[in-house]
Design a protein around this ligand. Structure first.
Ligand code: NAD
Length: 256
């Protein structure tokens, strides 16, 4: 379905980004994996994905906290037809104790990187008359929780950026949308479970159900495959007229 299309997924050596890469590769796209590290295991991930799906996969190291790196990623890849802005980090603290450097880092990686990569990728998409920009926002792009000021400001910003890019590209064969996942069981989230078990004196299942998924009415995690599948849908012709919107994959969180 996506044969002949090149997809760049930022922050894709782990979690949701890797899951999205897997589904785009399964659909036949050429894949560019990315993170800020440049380890043998990063390149091995690319080789493994290529072998399993019979598509070209390249790993390009670039730090999404730096504007020049964001733009260089697009250039080194030779442009792209599909851009998935996924790189993201989290930090939790009350706003009056929130470290300024953490605020700056979260805004840079979770929001500003998408400005730079989009600006760099759009001219090529316009020339080819086809493009898909998929921004991985969050349920926290639509709602708030305490102590996550930078993350929530960045994710609301990603939703606004997606709408603006959709308006600037409407009718040009290019769409831009945001996916808003609820809790997804990635290594990042998995790592929080033991601590929550200790603090709450609960077993694993109770922590997941009663603490982590308290606001997710299904009481089930979304999966990286589901986020990948939603991305493939947005890249399909079924979604040619889907632009400037958000798709929640959150077990009902934002319906509350
Ligand atoms: P993760 O930690 O597994 O993945 C984050 C990815 O970003 C990694 O590949 C990491 O290497 C990369 N990254 C971090 N800093 C980077 C930098 N400076 N430059 C380049 N890459 C960098 O976490 P995840 O849960 O897979 O999160 C992926 C995205 O999904 C994030 O934007 C996150 O906000 C969003 N999200 C996650 C959840 C969830 O429950 N897991 C829910 C909603 C949204």
């Amino acid at each position: 379905m996506l044969n002949g299309k090149r997809a760049i997924i930022t922050g894709s050596n782990s979690g949701i980004g890797l899951g999205v890469a897997e589904e785009l590769a399964r659909a036949g796209a050429e894949i560019i994996l990315n993170s800020f590290t440049d380890r043998a295991e990063d390149h091995a991930l690319a080789a493994d994905l290529a072998l399993r799906h019979g598509v070209k996969v390249t790993y390009i190291a670039a730090d999404m906290s730096k504007g020049a790196d964001c733009r260089a990623l697009i250039e080194k890849a030779g442009g792209c037809d599909i851009l998935v802005n996924n790189a993201g980090i989290q930090f939790v603290a009350p706003i009056d104790e929130f470290p300024t450097e953490k605020w700056d880092q979260i805004i840079a990686i979770n929001l500003t990187s998408a400005f730079h990569t989009t600006a760099a990728a759009l001219p090529g998409m316009r020339t080819r008359g086809w493009g898909r920009i998929v921004n991985i926002a969050s349920a926290h792009g639509l709602t708030a929780s305490p102590f996550k000021s930078a993350y929530i400001a960045a994710k609301h910003g990603v939703v606004g950026l997606s709408k603006t890019v959709a308006l600037e590209t409407a009718g040009q064969g290019i769409t831009c949308n945001a996916i808003c996942p609820g809790y997804v069981l990635t290594p990042l989230v998995e790592a929080q479970i033991p601590g929550q078990m200790k603090v709450n004196n609960m077993d694993r299942d109770t922590v997941i159900r009663e603490v982590m998924l308290l606001r997710q009415p299904s009481r089930q995690f979304a999966t990286v495959e589901q986020i990948g599948g939603t991305t493939v849908y947005l890249c399909s012709s079924f979604a040619d007229q889907v632009t400037g919107t958000t798709i929640s994959v959150d077990g009902g969180w934002t319906a509350l």
